[in-house]
Structure formats: C-alpha cells, structure tokens
Design a protein around this ligand. Sequence first.
Ligand SMILES: [Zn+2]
Length: 127
Amino acid sequence: MSTGLARRGRETTRFGKLVIWKCQGCAAVLAPLTGRCPSCGARTLEPISSAGAGVIVSCRVVDRTPDPVCGAPCPSIIAIVALDEGPWVYSWIDGDVPVPTERPVRVRFRSTQPGERFPIFVPRDSE
Ligand SMILES: [Zn+2]
C-alpha cells in the first residue's frame, strides 16, 4: 500500500465521519480508498462526508481461525454495503447475521489503536 493510500485510510474515519470521495472531473461519488475516478480517470478527488447509512447488498459469516488475542474462533460477518450516496464499501457487520439482506444499516466506528478507527455497520433496527 502506498503512503497515499494509508493516509486516505486514516482519512476514511476522520472526525468520526465516514469519508467518501467526489470526483472533481465528473462529479461521480466514489468509495473510500478510491485513488482515481473509474469513470473519467481524474485524480482530483474531493473528500465528502457520507451520512453513513446504507443497505447490505451481500454478506457472509467468516469463521476466523483461533488467534492468540481471542483464544477462540471469532465469527464475524463481512458485507458489501451500498451507501445511500451510491458507493459500495466492504465492511464488517456488528450484531446478528443480517438475514434477509437489503437490511438498513448505519455506520459506527470502532477504535483499534490510538488514533486509528475503522468503520463497521450495525443494523438500523437494532438501535
Ligand atoms: Zn470522474
């Protein structure tokens, strides 16, 4: 990963917002970690804040192997979330297995280490 992408990764969750990108060439709205516009090829992308709401397009339970931190397998749900603004993001789902899909979700942020957060999504009807 380039330093530019690492920086964009941190910017993805800055100020507790999910940051997505708007192309200054064609006004397309792009997913986090996008480096250039897939529509017109422009690299001039403007950060905008997503409302953090969307629906689950697809998800699956991933049974991770036991690791020293958990000490046991940690079932997790990975999903593709279609943000209301349009872009699709890969993320983790916190909560029950969201079946059926197309369930409304909202972004939350989980701290990993100081200064680092990553977005997860929780079902909106469990709030
Ligand atoms: Zn563009």
